[in-house]
Structures are given as C-alpha cells and as structure tokens.
Design a protein around this ligand. Structure first.
Ligand SMILES: Cc1cc2nc3c(=O)[nH]c(=O)nc-3n(C[C@H](O)[C@H](O)[C@H](O)COP(=O)(O)OP(=O)(O)OC[C@H]3O[C@@H](n4cnc5c(N)ncnc54)[C@H](O)[C@@H]3O)c2cc1C
Length: 296
C-alpha cells in the first residue's frame, strides 16, 4: 500500500523527502508517473503529491527585473498555462509551440513543466525549447537550493542529475530582446503522439542579416535531449543560405546518437534531423523578416 502525503509548500515537501528517503516519490500532474505505475513500475512506499503546494509562483509565469530581467515559470505550471501565457509567447515562443501540441486538452491541463523535466525523457517536448532559451532549473532540498542549467539536467534516458530528495521549484530564462525561437516535432500524427524527433532553434538576426546568439537543441535523437553545439558554431555570425543550412544539419547529425526503438529507426531519426533544422531556420528567418512574429 502506498501512503500519500500532501505538503502545502515546497519546503514541507523537501522535509518529507528528507525524512522518508528513497522510499518516497514525488508526483505533480501524474501523467508520466501514473502511466508507469500502471505499466508495472513498483509502487513507491510513499507518494508526495505536490498538488496542494500553495507557494506563491508555484503555478504562475511572471517576469522579474523588468525589460532586462528574466521570466520565472513555477514547476507546477501546466502546459495549458504555457500556451496561454503572453510572457512565454513574447520571450520563448518555441516553448509555446511545444506546449500547444503536447498530449490532449486533458494532458495539457495536468502535465507540468517540472514533471516533463524531471521525467527526463529524451523526447520530452518542453526540453529543447527550455535548452535553447538558456533556461535554468531552480532546485530545492532540505539542504538548501541550487541552480542547474536545463541543458545539464539530463544524464540518460529517464535519468536526471537530481537526487531523489531534490525538487524542481521553477525555471528561469533570460529575456533576450529580438531573439526569436521555434520548435517542431515529428511523430506518427500531429497530436497525441510520442515524439520520434524534435528540434528547437533560437536566434537573433543582426542589422546585416547575420545569425547571432543561436541555440540549437534536439529531442529523441540521443539518450537525452541535447544541445547541438557544433551546429551552433556553424551558424553563429553567418547569413542563412542553402549550403549553410545543409552544413548545420549535418553537424547536428554528428552530435546525435539516434537508436532504433518501437517508434522509429536510426535512419528515419537521422533523416528528420536533416529535415527539421533547415526547416526551422527558414521559419525563423522569415519570422524575423516579418518582425519576429513566429506564431504561425
Ligand atoms: C496521453 C499522454 C500524452 C502525452 N503527450 C506528451 C507529449 O506530447 N509530449 C511530452 O513531452 N510528454 C507527453 N506526455 C508525458 C507527460 O504528460 C509529460 O511529460 C508531463 O510534463 C509530465 O508532467 P507531470 O506533472 O504529469 O509529471 P508526473 O507524472 O507527476 O511526474 C513525472 C516524474 O517527475 C517527477 N517530478 C514531478 N514533478 C517534479 C518536481 N517538481 N521536481 C522533481 N521531480 C518531479 C516525478 O517523481 C516523476 O518521476 C504524455 C502523457 C500521456 C499520458
């Protein structure tokens, strides 16, 4: 039998996790964990349900520090909130792109940003956008708090660098005026699928049309979501061209380690890398020319 506790703050949850040790497990929306339990994951002795946490900011998206500041999204923010947030649309539209196609209406209303990151699926759709947005996860435990770049959060399929007693409380990403971002994924259908391959790109274009501050991240093509640093180096400071896009895509491919599984093959995932990056860069470039409206 699993014993359920319902802390009303992250601090209380951290104390409970410290007291109970590895026999306790966090649950937020439950859209990953309850599916795994139904599929045979041994039930934890204690379940620490974050659903009653009432800390200010746990379920909201807000700006900090004005025009040059940052955006903070609570770990319990769900994907429906991400889709509706004007701050996300203005500062990290790739995250809105991703949230708007995740699961179903019901899943978007329950699944949380913190759960998506802590679940550490290589195909977690919020993760490439958070990586290219240079987002950091704020993590607390009974020992205090620390900050982990989302890029460094993942160590293997389903494995994050978080200790069992650590809790993600929020994500923070810098405002980067003029830096647009886009995300796309490939699956068997447009909606209600598990991602076969995904990509997010963020960049700014300077007055001469050169790409600046570029970020490229890929999902479901390696054991973790990855930042494609070599592709970024190819793109930074250049003007987009067909050859450049092809070179960036092939560099990105060299950074992937796709594998065959029940959803897709190595060859298909590699091909999708080649297709997605140029497609996203073209989208970003035309968005920029149209005044950075990347919503369509
Ligand atoms: C039908 C269906 C469709 C789906 N579609 C998509 C999709 O399109 N794209 C996609 O990426 N995902 C999808 N998912 C997966 C899931 O909805 C998301 O990963 C979601 O973000 C998980 O959030 P959650 O709050 O429900 O996590 P939970 O299931 O509550 O938790 C997941 C894991 O994270 C841990 N955890 C939760 N919150 C925290 C925290 N704050 N700090 C530390 N650890 C924490 C839990 O202990 C657990 O191990 C789908 C799931 C279902 C069932």
């Amino acid at each position: 039998m699993t014993i359920l506790s319902r802390p009303t703050s992250f601090a209380e949850a951290a104390r409970i996790l410290a007291d109970l040790g590895p026999s306790a497990r966090l649950v937020a929306g439950g859209t990953d964990l309850y599916v795994k339990l139904r599929k045979g994951l041994p039930p934890p002795e204690y379940l620490v349900d974050l659903g009653s946490v009432a800390d200010p900011g746990a379920r909201s998206i807000a700006e900090e520090g004005g025009e040059k500041g940052s955006i903070r999204a609570g770990a319990l923010v769900n994907f429906a909130q991400v889709v509706r947030s004007p701050l996300v649309a203005a500062t990290l539209p790739a995250l809105r792109d991703a949230a708007s196609i995740m699961g179903s209406v019901q899943i978007r209303g329950r699944g949380t940003l913190g759960g998506n990151a802590a679940n550490a699926s290589p195909g977690g759709d919020a993760l490439p956008p958070l990586i290219v947005g240079n987002a950091r996860a704020i993590v607390v435990s009974s020992e205090g708090s620390r900050t982990v770049s989302v890029e460094d959060l993942f160590v293997g399929p389903g494995l994050s660098c978080l200790a069992p007693h650590e809790i993600i409380v929020s994500f923070v990403w810098p405002r980067a005026p003029g830096r647009a971002s886009v995300f796309e994924r490939v699956g068997n259908r447009a909606f209600h699928v598990i991602t076969k391959a995904s990509a997010a790109i963020a960049a700014r274009f300077d007055d001469t049309g050169r790409i600046c501050d570029v970020g490229v991240a890929l999902g479901a093509v390696a054991p973790t979501p990855i930042r494609a640093r070599r592709a970024e180096m190819v793109l930074e400071g250049t003007r987009p061209s067909v050859d450049l896009l092809a070179l960036a895509a092939s560099e990105a491919l060299s950074e992937c380690a796709p594998k065959d599984d029940i959803r897709s093959t190595v060859a298909y995932r590699a091909e999708m890398c080649r297709v997605l990056l140029p497609r996203l860069l073209r989208r970003l470039d035309s968005s920029w020319r149209a005044g950075c409206d990347v919503s369509s």
